[in-house]
Design a protein around this ligand. Structure first.
Ligand code: PRP
Length: 182
């Protein structure tokens, strides 16, 4: 099975992604100089972005992982389902930067930011590769955004459809027939 055949169009090429990642990494390196920065990767979609981003950041960083999903209509931290929690006791001295592949309704980042603040993190900010502003249900603006995109079904570079396509090196639009005929 060649997954490339299922792609209608490449939305962001490998070269474009590299430029986006380099640019964001430079900004983060400047903004967090002298701070204890924790890059918090939200599984699973963000692993590829996280891996590339951390290599380009020129200041020391620590990394950690959470797996979460938001549910319901609210945006409080109580609407967050935590499948893998952050297991550290030094959050009061830690500046957290949440790393996401995509922000859609905004519920996940909104609830997660509240949760980490309630746990006493020194600061909580967020960085997303992709943003679909047209899909927003709750007001939320990430601190670092790679690219705003239209409301298309995107896969690759960590993003999946039914757990496939995550390893593609670009962000592509999935052919309609792939998900409409299932
Ligand atoms: C995606 C993405 C965010 C969330 C964004 O994760 O990685 O965590 O959805 O959506 P929202 O802005 O509407 O809250 P997903 O649940 O698809 O899990 P995955 O990363 O494991 O594929």
């Amino acid at each position: 099975m060649d997954l490339h055949n299922d792609i209608d169009k490449i939305l962001i090429s490998e070269t474009e992604i590299e430029a986006i990642v380099t640019d964001i990494a430079k900004k983060i390196s400047e903004d967090y100089k002298g701070k204890k920065l924790l890059l918090l990767c939200i599984l699973k979609g963000s692993v590829v972005f996280m891996g590339d981003l951390m290599k380009h950041i020129s200041i020391p960083v620590q990394i950690d992982f959470m797996k979460v999903s938001s549910y319901g209509s609210g945006t409080t931290s109580g609407n967050l389902k935590i499948k893998l929690d952050l297991n550290r006791d030094d959050l009061d001295t830690t500046d957290i930067l949440i790393i996401e592949d995509i922000i859609d309704s905004g519920k996940t980042l909104s609830s997660l930011t509240k949760y980490l603040a309630e746990r006493g993190a020194k600061s909580v900010r967020s960085c997303t590769l992709l943003d679909k502003p047209s899909r927003r249900e709750v007001a939320f603006t990430p601190d670092y955004t790679g690219r705003e995109i239209p409301d298309e079904f995107v896969v690759g570079y960590g993003l999946d459809y039914d757990e496939d396509y995550r390893a593609l090196p670009f962000v592509g639009i999935l052919k309609r027939e792939v998900y409409e005929n299932k």
